[in-house]
Design a protein around this ligand. Structure first.
Ligand code: 5GP
Ligand code: MG
Ligand code: MG
Length: 179
């Protein structure tokens, strides 16, 4: 375990099991369709690559980069599009892939945009869900794990752009925030 990590929230094995379970569900639900998987950069990259290996039907992938966090551990409620999709979503079945659903502000703005662009359907897959933090009325149909209101890092999730490469999800030691 990395020296800055105080405890593990999800092990590699638990993450792999969640990817397998969600991939199987998506395979059943999208069989015969050609969904567009939209990964939200940068946090969802590790989850997306592991998840889609478990989807046993045709999919396309694309990415969007939006930002609502500005380096710290609290959301400012502002969302900015940093990188847009290269694919038209008109009449497409879109599967948004997220690392974590917290207040819902980020995904709410993305969904509004995809609806405006006439997507046929939009569903959310999120590895982690913090329901106690929700500020807008939004639910993910596919959830890896519900977690309490703690700031987590690893497996794509960062603190000041670090820790994304950890293969598990954990809590930082208190002293790391004080550096
Ligand atoms: P929301 O708009 O739902 O409040 O925030 C979603 C985004 O905030 C996530 O995609 C993620 O980038 C960031 N975020 C929310 N909670 C956490 C957390 O516990 N740890 C980290 N590293 N990022 C988080
Ligand atoms: Mg994210
Ligand atoms: Mg971040």
């Amino acid at each position: 375990m990395h020296n800055d990590i105080g405890s593990i929230v999800l092990t590699e094995e638990q993450i792999e099991a969640a990817c397998a379970r969600l991939g199987k569900q998506l395979t059943e639900d999208y069989n015969g369709k050609l969904p567009l998987c939209v990964g939200i950069l940068k946090g969802s990259v590790l989850f997306m690559t592991d998840l889609i290996k478990h989807i046993d039907t045709h999919v396309e992938i694309d990415f969007m980069d939006v930002s609502s966090y500005h380096g710290g551990t609290e959301s400012t409620g502002e969302v900015k599009i940093l990188k847009d999709l290269g694919t038209s979503v008109e009449d497409r079945d879109v599967i948004i892939i997220e690392d974590i659903l917290e207040t819902g502000t980020t995904l709410n703005s993305i969904i509004d945009l995809l609806k405006y662009r006439k997507a046929n359907s939009i569903e959310i897959v999120t590895l982690l869900d913090k329901p106690s933090r929700r500020k807008v009325d939004i639910e993910a149909k596919y959830v890896g794990e519900k977690i309490p209101d703690d700031f987590v890092v690893g497996y794509g999730l960062d603190y000041q752009e670090k820790y994304r490469n950890l293969p598990y999800i954990g809590l930082l030691k208190e002293e790391v925030y004080m550096k």
